[in-house]
Design a protein around this ligand. Sequence first.
Ligand code: PLP
Length: 387
Amino acid sequence: MKKVYLDYAATAPTDPEVIKAMEPYFFEKFGNPSSIHSFGQEAKKAVEESRQALASSLGAKPEEIIFTSGGTEADNFAIFGVAAALEKKGNHIIASAIEHHAVGEPCKFLEKKGFKVTYVGVDKSGIVSPDDVKKAITDKTILISIMHANNEIGAIQPIAEFGKLAKAKGIYFHTDAVQTVGHIPVNVDELNVDLLALAGHKFYGPKGVGALYIRKGTRIERFLHGGDQERGLRASTHNTPGIVGLAKAAELCRQKMQEESEFQARLRDRLITEIPKKIPEVYLNGHPAKRLPNNVNFSIRYIEGESMLLNLDMLGIAASTGSACTSTSLEPSHVLLAIGLPADIAHGSLRLTLGRWTKEDDIDYLLERLPKIVEKLRAMSPLYEKK
Ligand SMILES: *Cc1c(COP(=O)(O)O)cnc(C)c1O
């Protein structure tokens, strides 16, 4: 059976070139980068070269990069770390209503500990207004956290503007850039960010490794306590193969980004124009233009998202409804609710995300199969018959 993977926003395969770069660091060059001997020094050299390469791809300095176990840890570190360092200064945080749970849950946790969090809403297309952020700022605000691009609907936020607002008030600004690094240009100075989270497996690197960019001079407490790795900011033995893979993946993306994003945007736009021609009553979620080159998200009325996914899966097509982290629960996505969809429509959403190995004929295959599935499911839906 043909297999079509259209769930790159959940995770991507590791590029074989990345695997090749990682390989020596499992057996041959396995040393602990904190060891004095030659085994350790050889591994340390690889970690530091990777730090330099990753930093330069973000327009950052090497000492501003802290390697983590992924996007979640980087986001948790940013939020808990700043909250702990500045709790005497203030107890107010601003976040958007459409953050990934890796940001949303730490915020909720801090609320239980006495912090106040303002969740700024979004417009119909999923964009946060700088004016709303400005209005939410109080003299107790210590941190603003707004994601660069949303993982469900692909909306790209005006990050540089939020950063400017934050800077003018002396407030730290964090962005979750897990969906953008490797896919669209990300430069920490152009975006005016103090903190930025990224994860390897979303841009063809390995899973279980990521990084937090921390602008020089930012006050932050360590998150993982233990050894004094990463200048005392993040304990635990370095994941040398993962770190090498992360940097290699970033380098490959830098070389391929222009071409890849143009190709994916063309396939994305085919889906965006052709799906509504083939299926009645479908609505695009997210912004038509301020959108990740690889993201398509439709609400398909009178359809249960889960049944659609199962039917697609039977034909070898991997897609998603909501995000991978929420799709096992029956709660409608907080992102779709935030853009104003009623719960019943939010349940019938389909996310298709493309990537490095997506081919034109994968799109043909989907466009041919999806309308039949929708037709079949609607024929069984009492809601559809009644109208
Ligand atoms: C995937 C993702 C994360 C979590 O990253 P992990 O590496 O899986 O921990 C955080 N934020 C966004 C926007 C994501 O898409």
